[in-house]
Ligand binder design. Structure first.
Ligand code: P5A
Length: 440
């Protein structure tokens, strides 16, 4: 991508409305734009990051056996009347009427709709277990939308829903998502700790929030400090092994970890003082097991091996991609801007032409840009005629992991500079060596 032809509206000044660093940096880097309170557009740079986050989420959902579909954002109120949540959900639900005066709503979550899909086609235990997910916009009319896309009214959610014949089966489905979440957040460069959590309007008794420790987090959390160094299950984890997944779940729930709603002061005080971590955190995921809470009132049942009808046991599993992006920034930035983990960086490499219009600089940059693009890298080429200082500031701000800098003096020697955004380390090398370093 040539910057001269891209749309990346950088702000020079710090936006006044932004209270936390991620919101400030997302606005300054031209990643998002507020359209109305708690409702955002994702501009091209932000969209690239969001897409990469979603690609990782999707890979790990698929690995764990979940199947992707797509459900609408607008739902009929009737479904929610069936489950009894239409009235219970309260003012967070945006209620709408269509032209026939039929009550509709902008979905805050999809338990009812997916239960309806399930009951319309699955009749036998032989078709279980089943886990269906989508990555879709949601709307919750939050009282206090704030911190940009961290807590917005319209936001994106990956929501998965599992169906099993028995409670034991449902627990295995829960463990699959538990492990998939550990892997997902790790691949996003984050350490998320599963904590016992309140189930709120989704319901059920068993639930874990996945929390990233951050001073700017909205939740108050308490946990054992060893969680910070626990090993993440590898990519060859066998998701069909009931015992294997149970062992991972048991390990990750063996030490104290709870959000403030579930906090048990006495149990926490039993943790040796030096091991206690009481901190603030960002909830990036939340998983639930709620048994037959929706299947019973909505009549979602299957015939079991005993020939009888059984209401299915369900769970639901949410991740907030539009919250994850600012959460990653909270965890990874410095005074100059964002430092993206390579897995979600909007571009892999930025090529900085320090003197656009200078034949040798232009030729060198074009050569590098073409070679790296051909090798499958996402390359941003800063071919604008901005001052070199402005270009460096922009490159640091948008946090691309590698900068290749071509200035007239180095280029005259057939060389460029390669800068690592995270460490700030710079290395001068030949143009060929710079290309070869990134062409696997
Ligand atoms: C689980 C999937 C649910 O809604 N139903 C379907 C269950 N869970 S949840 O905890 O309420 O939300 C899941 C995740 O969505 C993100 N999230 C938000 N992100 C940005 N702004 C918001 N206002 C917002 N509300 C929820 C969080 O990451 C949460 O863990």
């Amino acid at each position: 991508m040539r910057l001269s032809r891209y749309f990346m509206p950088i702000l020079k000044e710090n936006p006044k409305e932004a209270e936390i660093v991620s919101h400030r940096l997302m606005l300054r880097a031209g990643m998002i734009r507020q359209q109305s309170q708690g409702i955002y557009s994702w501009l091209p740079l932000g969209k690239r990051v969001l897409d990469k986050v979603n690609a990782i989420i999707r890979e790990e959902q698929n690995r764990a056996g979940a199947i992707e579909l797509s459900m609408p954002t607008l739902q009929s109120a009737e479904l929610w009347q069936e489950s009894g949540r239409y009235d219970a959900y309260g003012k967070e639900m945006l209620r709408i009427k269509d032209r026939q005066d039929r009550p509709m709503l902008y979905g805050p979550t999809n338990e009812e709709m997916v239960t309806d899909i399930f009951r319309s086609s699955i009749k036998s235990y032989k078709d279980l277990p089943l886990n269906l997910y989508h990555i879709q916009l949601k709307f919750r009319d939050e009282i206090r939308p704030r911190f940009g896309t961290m807590r917005s009214r319209e936001f994106m959610m990956k929501d998965a829903y599992s169906f099993d014949l028995t409670r034991e089966g449902a627990e295995h489905s829960y463990n699959k998502m538990f492990v998939a979440y550990l892997r997902t957040f790790d691949r996003l460069g984050l350490r998320a700790i599963p904590m016992r959590a309140d189930t709120g309007p989704i319901g059920g008794k068993l639930s874990h929030e996945f929390i990233i420790l951050a001073d700017t987090g909205e939740s108050e959390v308490f946990c054992h400090k060893d969680f910070v160094d626990f090993d993440i299950p590898g990519e060859h984890t066998d998701f069909d092994s009931v015992e294997g997944l149970q062992a991972i779940f048991d390990k990750w729930t063996s030490l104290y970890a709870a959000t403030s709603e579930m906090h048990d002061e006495a149990a926490f005080n039993a943790v040796p003082e030096g091991d206690r971590l009481s901190a603030r955190g960002i909830e990036v995921g939340h998983i639930f097991y709620f048994g037959t809470k929706y299947s019973e009132p909505m009549g979602a049942k299957v015939q079991g091996p005993d020939g009888k009808e059984h209401f299915v046991h369900m769970g639901s599993y949410g991740i907030g991609p539009t919250r994850l992006v600012p959460a990653i920034i909270e965890a990874s930035h410095d005074d100059n801007g964002i430092i993206w983990p390579a897995s979600v960086a909007p571009f892999d490499i930025v090529v900085i032409n320090m003197k656009a219009g200078d034949q040798a600089c232009d030729d060198t940059c074009e050569l590098i840009y073409a070679a790296l693009t051909k090798a499958g890298k996402d390359v941003l080429y800063d071919d604008t005629d901005d001052r070199a200082g402005t270009k460096f500031a922009t490159a640091d701000l948008i946090g691309v992991p590698v900068q290749i800098i071509a200035g007239p003096r180095a280029v005259a020697n057939g060389e460029v500079e390669v800068k690592d955004r995270k460490t700030g380390a710079r290395e001068t090398m030949t143009i060929e060596a710079a290309i070869n370093r990134f062409v696997a």
